[in-house]
Design a protein around this ligand. Structure first.
Ligand code: HEC
Length: 77
């Protein structure tokens, strides 16, 4: 497993699910997200609504890795 995948399964899957589409606690379906990489990095860094900010949990480089992994879960169009 890549570091981004390990982090995603540890930190994000609780709400988003390992496939990104679980949607617990109002979590957005990441397989259907239309956000850009930069927008996702901003949400993970600063948090939004029911999602906490990860700025104090993960480094900027780790946030990039976890977002890049999350983007691979996107449903094929
Ligand atoms: C406590 C549950 C929870 C956890 C844990 C969580 N999220 Fe979220 N996430 C949410 C919720 C709720 C939203 C919707 C926020 C809103 O728009 O109000 C969201 C939205 C997002 C979005 C925006 C998607 C879109 O299209 O609007 C991204 C990207 C995202 N999360 C990535 C992550 C990543 C990466 C992690 C792990 C580092 C993570 N989330 C951990 C609950 C969570």
């Amino acid at each position: 497993m890549k570091p981004g995948e390990v982090m995603f399964n540890a930190q994000c899957a609780l709400c988003h699910g390992r496939k990104g589409d679980l949607g617990l606690s109002g979590a957005k379906d990441l397989t259907r997200s239309t956000l850009t990489r930069e927008e996702m990095i901003a949400i993970v860094t600063h948090g939004k609504g029911g999602m906490m900010a990860y700025a104090k949990v993960l480094s900027a480089a780790e946030i990039e890795q976890v977002v890049d992994y999350a983007r691979t879960l996107h449903a094929a169009e």
